[in-house]
Design a protein around this ligand. Structure first.
Ligand SMILES: *Cc1c(COP(=O)(O)O)cnc(C)c1O
Length: 383
């Protein structure tokens, strides 16, 4: 019996996003194989961690790297590193930092800050989080001797009404402030792995391993300045410090580094084209459905390099109802519903091929089409 059958949990087709609550992404067979092999032996974990991290630094085009349990774990470890550096006594004391002066982490107080829960987790280190008015001037003025770092959250949505990384990072670097970028979901293109650090000058950048990199769900990457990534390593498991709670196992380390290798060696244009042709096939099917309008766009939901198919349902049909229908279908499908924060029409869904297997595109398009047809029928029987 299949595992999900045994657990009585029904698998679904992911036509929406690398959402954590759907399981993020699926790992390549080679990633799963590396995990199985890693699980066959005991190993000196310190040595494995060092090797995996130095390989991750090379692959991501950064001076240093640390592999952790997820971007959220990465945010917390980075904050610890920015406050404590390599001071072992301070690292031991986290989160009890009452008498430490330089422990403020600054974030922009943008309209969408509450959509990003991750900055709050910084508080677990004992840091004081200060929200700053979202202008370049206000941020530069807020920096003083108490500032340990500025944390930034790039994405077209989160940056609405606040300065972009391009605007603020060079200015902060002129002032000598440590800058950390949480770019968890800002992939592809793979060049973003070094864009924020090498091109813009940020000190650290953080990515999810379980989203677009297609590694294990519970992995993440911190990359950038080596002294800081080494400090993350000191704060982390197997040491008895804050990062003991974010333990990566040998299997996850093996899976992550294999996935990262595949991700950086893959031609992003080729992957884009594969997704685009899946979306075009869905577009062909949906076009034949009465009253449905489609548009293929060349930018992901948060501004990343991936195509999306926007589908406008006939008037009176909502994206929410469509997703309820597809989730209840066999096989169950999750289609993209924009949250209210995107300010999109309520009859607009998005379809994303990033997580679709060959052949699933047709099932998705036909199911959405069936939703429209059945909604027409219900309407006319009510009339
Ligand atoms: C998804 C996400 C995270 C959390 O990533 P995990 O790898 O699931 O821990 C953190 N920050 C941002 C901006 C994200 O989109």
């Amino acid at each position: 019996m299949d595992f999900y059958e045994k657990m009585n949990v029904e698998p679904l087709i992911n036509a929406s996003e690398t959402y954590t609550n759907l399981g993020g992404s699926l790992m390549d067979e080679r990633v799963l194989q590396a995990m199985r092999e890693a699980g066959n032996h005991f190993v000196d974990m310190g040595k494995l961690l060092d090797q995996v991290c130095s390989r991750a630094a090379k692959l991501s085009g950064n001076e240093g790297a640390f592999v952790t349990t997820g971007a959220a774990g990465g945010v917390i470890l980075s904050a610890a590193a920015c406050i404590c550096g390599k001071d072992e006594e301070l690292l031991d004391r986290i989160p009890h930092l009452k008498d430490v002066v330089r422990k403020e982490i600054l974030v922009f107080d943008g309209e969408f800050l509450d959509l990003i829960p991750y900055w709050k987790l910084i508080g677990l280190t004992g840091a004081v989080i200060r929200k700053v008015e979202p202008t370049v001037e206000a941020m530069l003025q807020a920096v003083d001797e108490r500032t340990a770092a500025v944390f930034l959250f790039p994405a077209t949505l989160y940056e609405k009404g606040i300065p972009t990384c391009e605007e603020i990072i060079p200015k902060l670097k002129e002032k000598g402030v440590t800058v950390v970028v949480d770019a968890a979901a800002q992939l592809p293109p793979p060049s973003n792995l070094w864009y924020y650090t090498k091109e813009l000058g940020a000190d650290l950048v953080i990515f999810s391993g379980g989203k677009h990199i297609r590694g294990p769900q519970c992995t993440g990457l911190i990359a950038g300045r080596r002294d800081l990534t080494e400090s993350c390593r000191m704060a982390a498991s197997p040491n008895p410090r804050i990062g003991r709670a974010f333990k990566t196992g040998k299997e996850e380390l093996a899976g992550f580094i294999t996935a990262l290798e595949l991700f950086v060696n893959e031609d992003p244009k080729k992957r884009f084209a594969q997704q685009e042709s899946m979306l075009q096939r869905m577009q062909q099917i949906l076009k034949r459905t009465d009253g449905v309008k489609t548009e293929l766009i060349r930018e992901g939901r948060l501004g990343t390099y991936q195509p999306l198919l926007l589908v406008t349902l006939p008037d009176g049909m909502t994206a929410e109802a469509c997703n309820r229908f597809t989730r209840a279908s066999k096989p169950a499908i999750d289609v993209g519903v924009y949250g209210p924060e995107f300010g999109m029409p309520e009859n607009l869904i998005f379809l994303n091929a990033y997580n679709l297997k060959e052949g699933e595109d047709q099932i998705v398009a036909e199911t959405v089409s069936r939703f429209v047809e059945e909604s027409y029928k219900t309407k006319s029987s009510e009339a």
